[in-house]
Design a protein around this ligand. Sequence first.
Ligand SMILES: Cc1ncc(COP(=O)(O)O)c(C=O)c1O
Length: 383
Amino acid sequence: MYNFDEIIDRRHTGALKWESGPDGSSLPEDIIPMWVADMDFPCASPIVDALHKAVDNRVYGYSQYPEGYFDALKDFYARRHNITINEDEILFTAGVVPALQYAVLALTEPGDGVITQTPVYYPFFGVISKGNRVLLDNKLINTDGKYSIDFDDLEKLASDPRAKVMMICSPHNPVGRVWTAEELTKMQEICLRHDLVFLVDEIHHDLIRGGYKHISVMELFPDAQNVICCTAPSKTFNLAGLGVSHMFCRNKEYLKKIAAVRGYPDQNPLSLAAVKAAFTNCDDWIDQLNEYIDGNFDLFYELVEKYFPKAKITETEGTYLAWVDIRAYTEDSKAVETLLLDKYHVYIECGDAFHGEGFLRINLACPRSYVEEAFDRIKDIKL
Ligand SMILES: Cc1ncc(COP(=O)(O)O)c(C=O)c1O
């Protein structure tokens, strides 16, 4: 059994989550940071061992993929996601946000439209605007805290002659939906009807709450030529700082164009050693992690209902992020973020940057004692 209650002191280690506040400010020593999406759990021991071994080489030169790397990757995706992928359908990228950016730049022109579904992980907006592409916003429908897709609106946006790409998040950050096969199929049908690239960010694919099942677009549409799936071991195994991600795509022409935009892949020997171990020996860690995070959600839901009964919880199906509607208290979620941070030293992001004003996003990938301590501090606030 792994011990997810263990406290790792991440202060003064350069950890963004623990040291960097809004607008570059620093964070107080007693901060409870529940914002950026990394976890406060130690990595699984096979990963740490692999890193030690790689460090002990004492030379960290230019690297190629270590022996067995792609077999480990392919086995992992076959075992955990029912995906069959060939080596020439995989493109290495040093991060999912860069991967999305390369794809949009490679496959569209300035002025082209990219459909996405807000509220959404806010770097999506930068990916779209960077090369002067146009955001076509297929706003999600929120019915009493349950999010769904407005397919009529999607069909309309897809028929806009500017539309070239549909870029989604699956599972969805921040609303926590795990899209069903039916929803994904309807989206893909619309993409095919209107000749759109279906660009899918599956970075949260292993972080699935009890009772739900993530389905990859690579499993569901195994031969589709318009589908690009961006995956990574970074969220799953808490390796975000190591900069490793993988793009899967059956369309060799797309991969060629995207690789040309990406340029040199920038693999580094420590990251690759860690990731190979993660793909090989850490399934039990993922399963225990998800159970532990489910426990955090149970506690979180109980405490929100107890202390903030008017807040509306969106049930998280995937990711370790909670998404809470506080509009019954106030529309000004930015002011709540500031109050929680300045007065109580609890750093929770408001939804504004995600186009989710009036909401808070809370990262629950932390020892349970942090959740308890956060509520102890904030339970009496008047919103
Ligand atoms: C949906 C989503 N995509 C991408 C990322 C970041 O990916 P990377 O650090 O690999 O660029 C995150 C991080 O929170 C995320 O939530």
